[in-house]
Design a protein around this ligand. Structure first.
Ligand SMILES: O=C[C@H](O)[C@H](O)[C@H](O)COP(=O)(O)O
Length: 264
């Protein structure tokens, strides 16, 4: 199945360009983590096309029920993280990435499973449109998955903790889905932390996860190896941990070199 790009918005054309480039990194026999969100949807479709066209043998672990439905419906072979144990590569979207390739994720509430899967992967490629690139994380509200039991006490502890950190804002909001609280795939709640700018993401991430009712925050630190940024005209830029390693329309040659460069 190939989408008609003429019907896509510029942002969606950019997401699609990044997504299609990312599946060039998939090799026969790989165990793959599949991300969640609108950019990941383009990736799952591109992956299903490639696997079918080339008769590849890949095993996929989805990071959400939505991705599981999409990937399964497109004929990709699904498994569970516990069944495969270790993954070769995870490809996922993001809400923000900074020059260190640190991320804020969880705009769709999937960051817990996404972080478990990415951490169990040898590599993580993030796919993004240009709007996701920031100098400092924090303009996008930081999602925090919390258990329902005592959540208002948890929210108060989170608010007190934020007062001790280097942040522009400190508003904590329960995420809603219409009139009811939004629920994650685990049945938990989400607090969105409107922080404006996060001065020390490592200190904040560690501190938040010390609060008992907190399950996981949306900061992905030192997890991502490469960000592929798509553009509406189909070009892509590949960002490694030390800057752009493949500006403009790169080739499919030297994929392993790109990873090595990303690690340099
Ligand atoms: O919970 C959702 C995930 O972290 C998504 O990967 C993230 O929100 C980016 O989503 P999108 O590709 O739709 O911008």
């Amino acid at each position: 199945m190939t989408e008609d790009t003429a019907d896509l918005s510029p942002a969606d054309r950019a997401k699609r360009a990044a997504a299609r480039r990312s599946v060039d990194f998939v090799r026969d026999g790989m165990k793959l983590g599949l991300g969640t969100g609108s950019t990941a949807v383009f990736m799952v479709r591109a992956l299903a096309e490639r696997v079918a066209a080339q008769g590849m043998d890949v095993t996929c672990v989805p990071t959400s029920e939505a991705t599981a439905r999409l990937a399964g419906g497109l004929g990709l072979r699904l498994s569970t993280l516990d069944a495969v144990g270790r993954l070769d590569l995870t490809i996922d979207g993001t809400d923000e990435f900074d020059p260190r390739l640190d991320l804020i994720k969880g705009g769709g509430g999937a960051h817990l499973r996404e972080k478990i899967v990415a951490t169990a992967s040898d590599r993580m490629i993030v796919i993004a449109d240009p709007a996701k690139q920031v100098a400092t994380l924090g303009a996008f509200p930081l999602p925090l998955e919390v258990v329902e039991f005592g959540w208002q006490v948890t929210r108060r502890l989170v608010a007190e903790l934020l007062a001790d950190h280097d942040l522009l804002g400190q508003t904590v909001a329960l995420r809603m889905a219409g009139d009811a609280p939004a629920r994650t795939d685990q049945g938990n709640l989400i607090l969105d932390l409107h922080l404006g700018r996060i001065g020390d993401a490592r200190a904040l991430s560690l501190a938040l996860n010390q609060i008992p009712g907190v399950v996981e925050n949306g900061l992905f630190l030192d997890i991502c190896d490469m960000v592929i940024v798509g553009h509406p005209d189909g070009r892509v830029d590949i960002h490694g941990a030390h800057g752009i390693v493949a500006p403009g329309q790169d080739t499919t040659d030297g994929i392993e070199n790109l990873f090595r460069d990303a690690d340099a």
